[in-house]
Write a protein that binds this ligand. Sequence first.
Ligand SMILES: NC(=O)c1ccc[n+]([C@@H]2O[C@H](COP(=O)([O-])OP(=O)(O)OC[C@H]3O[C@@H](n4cnc5c(N)ncnc54)[C@H](O)[C@@H]3O)[C@@H](O)[C@H]2O)c1
Length: 346
Amino acid sequence: MLIDAHRLQAWATELLKGWGYSEDDASYIAATLVDANSRGVDSHGVIRLPAYSRRIVENLIDPAGVPQVTVAGSVVTVDANRAAGQIAARAAAEAALALSRKTGIATAAVHGSAHFGTAGYYARWLAERGAIAIVVSNSEPIVVPFGGKDALLGTNPFAFAAPTHSVPISLDMATSTSAMGKVLVAQASGASIPDSWGVDADGAPTTDPNAIKALLPVGGPKGYGLGFLVEILGGVLTGAAISHGIGNMYNDFSKPQNVGHWLVAINIEHLLPLDEFKNRIQVLVDAAHESAPAPGFTDVLVPGEPEERTKEARLRDGIPLADATVDELRELGSRYSVQFPEGATR
Ligand SMILES: NC(=O)c1ccc[n+]([C@@H]2O[C@H](COP(=O)([O-])OP(=O)(O)OC[C@H]3O[C@@H](n4cnc5c(N)ncnc54)[C@H](O)[C@@H]3O)[C@@H](O)[C@H]2O)c1
């Protein structure tokens, strides 16, 4: 099904309000999810709503939760207070932005939080307001350490964004080779997978998606090291849970997830006028675009550009949702008397 982004967002907002979120919080969470769908990151879009709803029902996320923000020097700390991850991350980003405009650089550390969607959403929000930003979060363990056979770290996302004269440049990535969602898709379709994605119960790389027990870090020891840094910043430093202490979003309803997020915002105007920065970064962007493409490529893009292209197309043509996802959302909507927008295709 192809669905109009604005109608999908309006539906998700109504659904979230029905769970107890304020209008403002509901529309913010809905915007983060539909933004992910618009950018082609469907694994972090509205497909997450059923899991969010279950965690609210189990009283592990509080739709009325208000994050507690404390500022000391150039550091913001946020106790998510069982609010949704998106609401806690928004509080952190807003406070860090305001502080960075005074101090030049500000960092925010969030604990007691839950899944916040895509890390890039908050990084781009900061970049659109004149900051260079890095945003990370730890997550439940599913990735083996380099040389190990059992999961130790989460897919621990890492994002950065920087302003340009148009949309921010933005790298937004898991620190694993592949998302678990892609393995599930291969399981459903019976396809084999590249042996770089994950390992079986013996810790051996496998092409059989049904044999996958854990994922591999992207780029071997380098991605493992980056995932470790995310765990240090997002988990150890923030006071959130660490590694196996984190509650699994999908199958542990005994405790809140208690993931942590960490971000830094650098106010460009403390170093050079924002316009001059944008002129200077344009030199780099132009050089990338003028690079000769290698065999098999038509052009060279900058980080985030593939998603910007997808977003342009999806906002114009609609967001494709898989039948199974539509069925699940339809059922969720019926349960809360917020009917999924039938016939909202373009
Ligand atoms: N909340 C969580 O716990 C959690 C955990 C893991 C991942 N995530 C999110 O999942 C999302 C997907 O992560 P992923 O690793 O599958 O992303 P991905 O592999 O699709 O993309 C990674 C990055 O590579 C860039 N890229 C891809 N092709 C490019 C090209 N040709 N030229 C230049 N740049 C290019 C993209 O712009 C993107 O920034 C991210 O938004 C991440 O924040 C969230």
